[in-house]
Design a protein. Structure first.
Length: 195
């Protein structure tokens, strides 16, 4: 073997196969992800969308008596499953209390469904971060009846109900002020939230 032959690297066919596989993989990822661009990924489809709000009655926090979700028909509801131990719930809390304040005169009620938590830590959370006004209701769900009825995977999770009592949207994960505002504006305009 001469020196020039030894210095020339051999072409490896597996290298071309790897390059083709990488290009194909990147192209497939672009196709998958581009189909959801422009849509809030947390606003997700749910088998409950289009269904009436479950007819459950739960005790309100601080002994204010029971409240059935169906008693709130005629109001637009934001039903937020949360807990004091949930870190993302702390982050979304200001957006929820602001929405309660900003949409109070438009017939919007926020329902905080307390998920696998106790009144003591819940009250400490609310004392620290603030409570919503008279259109922000807090419901205890000690046996997770509400969570089961809604099919909650984990907290935070938020459902939107129109004034006719029909579930029209769901956000998985923490809500932002922008997502709350755009979703509520669409519902109040008689539209379905954009999925």
């Amino acid at each position: 073997m001469t020196e020039p032959e030894a210095a020339t690297p051999r072409k490896r066919p597996w290298m071309w196969v790897s390059i083709v596989a990488i290009v194909f993989g990147v192209g497939a990822m672009v196709l998958v992800f581009s189909s959801r661009f422009g849509v809030d990924p947390r606003l997700v489809d749910s088998p409950l969308i289009g269904e009436p709000v479950p007819a459950i009655e739960l005790e309100q926090l601080n002994g204010q008596g029971p409240l059935a979700l169906t008693d709130l028909q005629g109001e637009v509801l934001v039903i937020n499953f949360w807990a004091s131990w949930c870190f993302p719930c702390r982050g979304e809390h200001p957006a929820l209390t602001a929405a309660a304040r900003d949409y109070r005169d438009q017939g919007v009620t926020i329902v905080g469904m307390i998920y696998q938590d106790q009144p003591g830590p819940v009250n400490a959370f609310l004392d620290e971060l603030g409570r919503g006004g008279d259109n922000y209701r807090y419901l205890l769900d000690p046996n997770s009846r509400g969570a089961v009825e809604f099919g909650v995977f984990g907290v935070p999770e938020t459902y939107f109900v129109n004034a006719d009592g029909i579930i029209v949207g769901k956000i998985q994960g923490g809500v932002t002020a922008g997502a709350l505002r755009s979703t509520l504006d669409q519902i109040l305009a008689g539209e379905l939230p954009t999925l």
